[in-house]
Design a protein. Structure first.
Length: 242
């Protein structure tokens, strides 16, 4: 808590920090995640339950001061965009609902926004080997292929485009195009591309994830859809340049 308080001093001039928490069937963890994030001063928490079939929304509503929105679509990107429309903070961003990134991680990113337009967390930057500890060979190869394809097609040279912790000044989101092609897990890439395309500076910093009980993690079953969304978006951008 002392570290959190010290970092919060740097954010005294911030009127409000809006955090979007996209959540899909997280009834067992959402309360702990929200209670932790509520420690951040001047925070606005918006939970967007995307296609939930459990009691995630009901549990989230038991946490004081949390706004809860329910949508039918299961897509993460769609959930984040719905949340952004409601956000009123000077700084806006999103955090995974499973709790791998907590209040102190958010505070670290907010501090970095003093000299950047957007800051993203990375589970791998400078710690690539450690981040893959315990991962299957197929997952390691899929991740490498994804990063190389993103760099080749869109020129985004980041160690980790998919970490569920990203923040920006509200003026950045106001300035970018709002018509998104990628509505699922590839949403992060399109968001970063649009921010960079608009001329804003993106800073990537290493943030280690916290161990979370019963965490399922990202499944490779989503990979084909991600690659399809990425290629569709890349093609649409190429056609715009003609």
């Amino acid at each position: 808590m002392q570290v959190l308080a010290e970092r919060s001093k740097k954010a005294k001039k911030i009127s409000k920090i809006s955090i979007i928490v996209p959540a899909y069937n997280e009834e067992g963890r959402i309360k702990k995640t929200l209670r932790d994030l509520r420690r951040i001063p001047n925070v606005e928490l918006i939970v967007v339950c995307n296609g939930c079939t459990d009691a995630t929304a009901d549990v989230a509503r038991t946490v004081k001061g949390v706004k809860v929105l329910e949508i039918e679509e299961k897509n993460k990107g769609t959930a984040v965009l719905h949340g952004f429309k409601l956000a009123q903070g000077e700084y806006i961003g999103f955090v995974d609902a499973d709790g791998v990134f907590g209040a102190e991680a958010v505070q670290r990113l907010l501090a970095e926004l003093a000299d950047a337009d957007c800051v993203i967390a990375s589970k791998r930057k400078g710690h690539y080997a450690r981040s893959f500890s315990g991962h299957s060979f197929s997952k390691r190869m899929a991740t490498k292929a994804w990063n190389r394809l993103v760099k080749f097609l869109l020129g985004l040279d980041f160690a980790d485009t998919q970490a569920g912790l990203k923040f920006m000044h509200s003026y950045v989101y106001d300035a970018i195009e709002k018509d998104f092609t990628c509505k699922g897990f590839a949403f992060d890439v399109e968001l970063l591309y649009k921010i960079k395309k608009t001329g804003y500076r993106i800073k990537e910093i290493y943030i280690p994830i916290k161990p979370v009980k019963d965490k399922v993690g990202f499944s490779l079953v989503y990979a084909p859809k991600m690659f399809k969304e990425l290629l569709t978006f890349w093609l649409s951008e190429k056609l715009k340049l003609r």
